[in-house]
Design a protein around this ligand. Structure first.
Ligand code: ADP
Length: 253
């Protein structure tokens, strides 16, 4: 059975201090169709807990403890909406909160793998997020792109799909350069690209493309492809995943 990890970012799930429920709903449709029509096994890595919490309580998000408090408020709220929408398809979903060192030791990883196999073999959709409520910076990946890459590798997935606020990976930041070109297939990520992103003021510094390149690099080295396309408009994701037709979006392999 083909196993796919889908990661969706905060920008897709929230808008103007509200949960973007229509987009969440469209995402659940896509996942349910892949499960029912393609018989794939699906794992969702979902951001958006802090954003969801912020719709209920406004705190200064520059403070880490405040962000953790917002995540504590937002995570069950997010899950409530996923549960409700998956219920329309008679699909159960489950919450798994992980931190970086869940992948550190063989024993811990094995435990998580066991739980994962039980969930998937019982047709449940695991919904994973980083457990930012209890954990401090050292325990966290800090971004769900790299968490999702680890999830894909350690839970033996065949593909990672990153649904972002941009429709693919470009040769330069498309928000800065009008002539930026989408890269449909990327087979090699230069060390310099991964380095460049660490330099403040680089074109990558503000956007989250860096962590996506790191995730892609991690997976390319382990022979797992990664597909990146828009989470706003799922047309390309449908084409690629449901119709096996790569029309647009970036495939790292
Ligand atoms: P998400 O919330 O989905 O993880 P991010 O905002 O973290 O999304 O990352 C995507 C953003 O990265 C894009 O919206 C864009 O502004 C920025 N970006 C910078 N360089 C590039 C590039 N070369 N290709 C695509 N996006 C880029």
């Amino acid at each position: 059975k083909k196993r796919i990890v889908i990661k969706v970012g905060t920008a897709v799930l929230t808008q103007n201090n509200e949960l973007a429920l229509e987009r969440l709903s469209n995402l659940v449709d896509l996942i349910s169709k892949l499960k029912n029509e393609k018989k794939y096994e699906l794992i969702l890595v979902s951001s958006g807990a802090v954003g969801a919490g912020n719709t209920k309580l406004q705190l200064d998000k520059t403070q880490i403890a405040n962000r953790q408090a917002l995540a504590a408020i937002g995570q069950p709220l997010l899950m409530k909406h996923y549960k409700k929408r998956f219920h329309d398809y008679d699909i159960n979903c489950a919450q798994m909160l992980l931190i970086e060192n869940d992948f550190d030791s063989r024993k811990r990883t094995k435990n998580a793998q066991k739980v994962m196999e039980i969930l998937l073999s019982n047709n449940v959709i695991p919904i994973i997020n980083e457990n930012d409520v209890i954990a401090n910076d050292e325990l966290l990946f800090g971004d769900n792109d790299q968490l999702a890459a680890h999830v894909a590798y350690y839970f033996n997935a065949d593909l990672l799909v990153i649904l972002s606020d941009i429709d693919g990976y470009y040769d330069k930041n498309p928000r800065e350069y009008e002539d930026a070109k989408m890269q449909k297939i990327v087979t090699n990520i230069e060390e310099s690209q991964l380095q460049m992103v660490h330099t403040p003021n680089s074109e990558f510094a503000t956007g989250g493309i860096v962590t996506k390149l790191k995730a892609a690099n991690f997976l390319i080295n382990r022979n797992i492809p990664m597909f990146m396309s828009s989470g706003f408009d799922l047309t390309n994701a449908y084409d690629f995943l449901l119709n096996d037709n790569h029309i647009s979006g970036t495939l790292f392999k």
